[in-house]
Design a protein around this ligand. Sequence first.
Ligand code: BMA
Length: 385
Amino acid sequence: MKLFKNLYSLQIILFAVIFLAGCSSKKSKMPTGPEENPTRTNDFLVDTLATPETIALFKNLKELAKTGVLFGHQDDLAYGVNWNTESGRSDVKEVGGDYPAVYGWDLGDIHSTNNLDGVNFSFMKLWIAEGFKRGGIITISMHLDNPVTSGDAWNNTPAVGAILPGKSHHAKYLKTLDLIAQFLKDLKIAENVYIPVIFRPYHEHNHTWAWWGSNSCSVDDYNTLWRMTVEYLRDTHKIHHLLYAISPQEINSEAEYLARYPGDKYVDILGLDYYKLYDKKYVPELGKVLELIVKMAEQRGKIAALTETGVDKVPFANFWTDYLLAALKYNEESKKVAWSLVWRNASKQHHFAPYPGHFSAANFVRFYDDPLTLFEKDLPDLYHE
Ligand code: BMA
């Protein structure tokens, strides 16, 4: 196993060198893409110049959401319980028999070699390409450090007011966004072909833990930060392979959802993060909120998704069918969320998906077998219309 692991590391480094060399040789050129063909526009996405693959992803996902709910997992290909960086591995696959349909990644600590959870950024690009080539969907969040104090994302000293245009830390923050932009531009599989990404910045913003949270910035400042980020990536960096997802946590009404919201022109996907499934009594609550966001998305021509969920250590043997699936199946509307993603499998003490031998594994197979849930093999070609 050790030899295998070393060979794999060598293989992945070689891939990385080739892949990154390909990316940097293009760096001197101006970004290519739809801006060279302004006749190709759409009128329903945040980015009117979105690439054909990005438009196809949105349309296909919207259609697929009518009948299925894709399963997603954070950092799925990078590590799992008792393994790290081993070719082809995935706790979800090893329990359920298939890879997830949605792969979550995070760009926190983008200034470093590894992200905040120890995932090497060069490898992350390769795993993103691997998941995409198998037909999966990529979604990226970012637990960025506090731009004023340089503390972590959970350092909620007010900072948003200082990074907006004209403010003291604006230029410094744009440098961080430049790193984000470069990472996204590197997700390129051929000339002019970028891997579409569901980009989910500044999440759980109605809660208070983060520097972009509700105790640390005004509504106006949050919305301005969001719009500034979209405009910087889309208009200044000319990145056209993003769908933008917003994701408040555990809201209960439309008014609450829209209390901090940059506007329909800046959002493609109405997400929800929900971590109260530690008690079955919250299954109907989640079902109702899913119904709410599905209806809100339908009214706006957008997509609804359960962008983060799960319970740490999956403490119930029947969690997958009797908690998560029960909430997804609460009614005909709740079933129409596009995906549900569970957080990372760091260790036996911190994991949100099962791993081989976990006591919820058999139940996860039942969840996998349910016609509503979609894993990678169930996916149609999402990237062509
Ligand atoms: C949290 C935990 C942390 C992690 C963070 C970002 O929920 O999993 O350990 O650093 O997410 O992934």
